[in-house]
Design a protein. Sequence first.
Length: 437
Amino acid sequence: MPKSQAGRLKQWDKKYIWHPFTQMKDWVGTKPLVIDSTDGIYLKDIDGNTYMDGVSSLWVNVHGHGHAHIDAALKRQINKLSHSTLLGLSNTPSIELAKRLVEIAPKGLKKVFYSDNGSTAVEIAIKMAYQYWQNTGQSRKTALIHLADSYHGDTLGSVSVGGIDLFHKVYRKLIFKTITLKGHGWTAVENLEKLLKAQGDHIAALVVEPLVQGAAGMLVWPDGVLKKMRELTRNYNIFLIADEVATGFGRTGKMFACQHEGVTPDFLCLAKGMTGGYLPLAATLTTQNVFDGFLSDYNVIKKKTIKNIEMKTFFHGHTYTGNPLGCAAALANLDVFQKERTLAKLAPKIKFLAKKLKMFYNLRSVAEVRQKGFMVGIELKGRLEDRVGTKVCQQARKYGVILRPLGNVVVVMPPLSISVEELDFLLMATYRAIEEI
């Protein structure tokens, strides 16, 4: 791209765009990195530089950018149908995808409700869980439990079950009250059991990020915690909502994190890698039991002169719910998982990653390294205000790698298609950047 054109784009970016999770006063003083094209796991900017996508474009890219099979599926679909509402109608790709999702999901999940992103997928689960108990005559069950340091998105419903003050504190007067489960790992389990014994009759659901709490800095759960939480919620007749927006579609080494411990939640929330990193699409999967709790006739109940119409409908939806292009991309994404044996090929790369990550403990600035599958958090020592995580990620760009921190935690989460050689390069560039900063 000509320098003049690249310069104009950078100026327009600063003039017109408000970037998410970004202090814009800092942004306007920097030189924006503007991505123009891609090739496999690489991103190319308008200045002609190439970078390895070390965080899968915010945890969404699965098989590499510009995958031929997904590209072709989108081209076929765009020639047939780009959008048609699911309100009162249906469309071919949304039906086919719902069937495929149920087939690969934990056993017992039977119904699929589409939306646009992870926040809405969780918010839908919360609303369904709450309304189910109202519909079935158990109106006392209204409370929601979430974990400390939890993150489930940025819409107000999902913020209500968020536990990271850095993101959510300013909105506390806008959101509804929830119960924060203190502690991590088995301590959280112990506190959950005490809470359910004391207040179980009033609790509608427990919301969790199974096995790995992503935005909290890649906090990895001990084995067995998820299974025990499922046991407790079942025993006390409470819904378990599993937010697999980040952990789903192979990130932990299995298609879904819940499958590591043979757990079927009452709600499974999916987004991010669902379309392979192509288009915004999300889904909330639930059970036949939950679905049945919303079925009713338009019964007119007469009591003297008053008429009451029973309405158990789930009044929620989005304009682009079940978008055919998004569903076509998601179907092609699942095809690639199967045809290229993505999960089987991932296993040796996960082992290589685990072995290679040990070298980071040679750096005195590294406090802890956490890994589950292809989800890695390298926690650095230092004060949060020193922004060492940000500085490391900026330094990594000099070595051709794009990373993004979570505070002082450097996140490494490449596309699942990355080769062992490319993975080695990514880790060495990250190591060098930490060492220098």
